[in-house]
Design a protein around this ligand. Structure first.
Ligand SMILES: Nc1nc2c(ncn2[C@@H]2O[C@H](COP(=O)(O)OP(=O)(O)OP(=O)(O)O)[C@@H](O)[C@H]2O)c(=O)[nH]1
Ligand SMILES: [Mg+2]
Length: 314
C-alpha cells in the first residue's frame, strides 16, 4: 500500500550546556567552554514515491544534540544535522497553524524545517571584574519542534484514468517496465502505480466510478494525484455499452472533486480495440469527438498501436 498522507514529529537537536569549571591552578579563574549547537533538521526531495512508507514504523525524528562545553574553554561539538528524504510531490503542512510550509517540487530540493538550539555559554563568558568566579553557566536551548502533515500528490507527466477495468494498468505495463497487477474485475488497482518511459513519468490511477467524489468505490483519496498530472489519458474500453456515458461520468467526478482538473489537457484512449469491429470504434470516435478531438485507439495486443502511443509520450 502506498502511504500518501502521514503526520510526523520533527525535533532539531538541543544545544549543549555551557560548562562551569575553573583552571587547576589557584586563581586561574573560570575556564568552562560553551556548548555546541544542536543539529538542524532538513527535508530533502527524492524521486522514490514510496518514501512515505518509511513512516509506518517510526514517526518521531530528532537531530543530534550539541555536546556540552569542556574545560580549557573547549566548545562542545555541534550535533549532526538530520536529513529526511521525502518523495517529490510532497506538501509539508504545519499541523498547529494549518499553514502550508512548502512543497517539494524539484529533485534534491533541500529545506530547513527545524533549527537546532544554540549552545549555552560556559562560565568563562560570565566573568567580569566584580565576578571573578561565576558559579553558573547557561543550559543549551531546545531545538525547534514541529508536527507536520505530509501529503503526497504525485507529479506525473501523464495520468491514466477511467472507469474500473478499462485497461489502465495493462497500458502502464506495456508502456513502461512497471509490473502493475491487472485482472478482469473492477478495482484491481487500489493505489496509484508509477512507471517511467524515456524519462516521462506515467501514473496509473485506480478506477473511478459515479459518486467517487462523494466517497463511492475507492472514493477520492487518490483523486488528488490527478492534480499534478501534465496530460490525462482518459481510458474508455471499446467494449463499453455506452462510451459517452462512461466519458461523462468520469469527467463529472473530476469536476466534483476540483473543477480545475477539467483544465488539464486530455487525450481519450479507446482501449482494448482488438475486441471489437473497427466500425464500433469509428462510431465511438464520432460520439466522443464532440467533446474531445484527441482520440487514440490502442490495444495491448496491437504492437503498432502501442508504438504510436509511445511516440505521443516522447
Ligand atoms: N483483449 C484485451 N484485453 C485487455 C486489453 N487491455 C486490458 N485488457 C484486459 O482487461 C482487464 C482489465 O485490465 P486492467 O489493466 O486491470 O484494467 P484497469 O483499468 O487497470 O482496472 P482497475 O485497476 O480495476 O481500474 C484485464 O483482464 C486485462 O487483461 C486489451 O488491449 N485487449
Ligand atoms: Mg488497474
Amino acid at each position: 500500500m502506498l502511504v500518501d498522507e502521514i503526520d510526523i514529529t520533527l525535533i532539531a537537536g538541543k544545544g549543549g550546556s555551557g560548562l562551569i569549571s575553573f583552571g587547576k591552578k589557584k586563581h586561574s579563574g573560570p575556564d568552562g567552554g560553551n556548548g555546541g549547537k544542536g543539529g538542524d533538521l532538513y527535508l530533502v526531495a527524492r524521486s522514490d514515491i514510496t518514501l512515505l512508507n518509511q513512516f509506518s514504523r517510526k514517526v518521531v525524528f530528532s537531530a543530534e544534540n550539541g555536546n556540552p562545553g569542556g574545560k580549557n574553554l573547549k566548545t562542545g561539538k555541534n550535533g549532526n544535522d538530520l536529513e529526511i528524504k521525502l518523495p517529490i510531490g510532497t506538501s509539508v503542512i504545519d499541523k498547529e497553524s494549518g499553514e502550508l510550509l512548502f512543497e517539494l517540487n524539484k529533485i534534491d530540493q533541500h529545506e530547513l524545517i527545524c533549527s537546532g538550539g544554540k549552545g549555552g555559554r560556559g562560565n568563562y563568558k560570565f566573568r567580569n571584574p566584580r565576578r571573578t568566579t561565576p558559579l553558573f553557566a547557561q543550559p543549551g536551548l531546545d531545538g525547534e519542534k514541529k508536527e507536520v502533515s505530509l501529503i503526497l500528490k504525485l507529479i506525473a507527466d501523464f495520468g491514466l484514468i477511467g472507469l474500473p477495468n478499462a485497461g489502465k494498468s495493462s497500458l502502464l505495463n506495456e508502456l513502461t517496465n512497471s509490473k502493475a497487477i491487472t485482472a478482469n474485475y473492477p478495482f484491481t488497482t487500489l493505489h496509484p502505480n508509477l512507471g517511467v518511459y524515456k524519462g516521462k513519468v506515467i501514473a496509473d490511477i485506480p478506477g473511478l466510478i459515479e459518486g467517487a467524489s462523494s466517497g463511492k468505490g475507492l472514493g477520492i483519496s487518490f483523486l488528488k494525484h490527478i492534480e499534478k498530472v501534465g496530460v490525462i489519458f482518459h481510458c474508455i474500453s471499446s467494449e463499453s455499452e455506452n462510451p459517452l456515458k462512461d466519458y461523462k461520468t468520469v469527467r463529472h467526478e473530476l469536476k466534483n472533486y476540483n473543477d480545475k482538473l477539467l483544465n488539464i489537457p486530455e487525450t481519450i484512449l479507446i482501449t482494448k480495440s482488438d475486441l471489437v469491429n473497427p466500425k464500433v470504434i469509428a462510431g465511438m470516435k464520432i460520439k466522443l469527438g464532440k467533446y474531445n478531438k484527441n482520440i487514440i485507439q490502442v490495444s495491448i495486443y496491437d504492437w503498432d498501436s502501442i508504438q504510436g502511443l509511445k511516440a505521443v509520450l516522447e
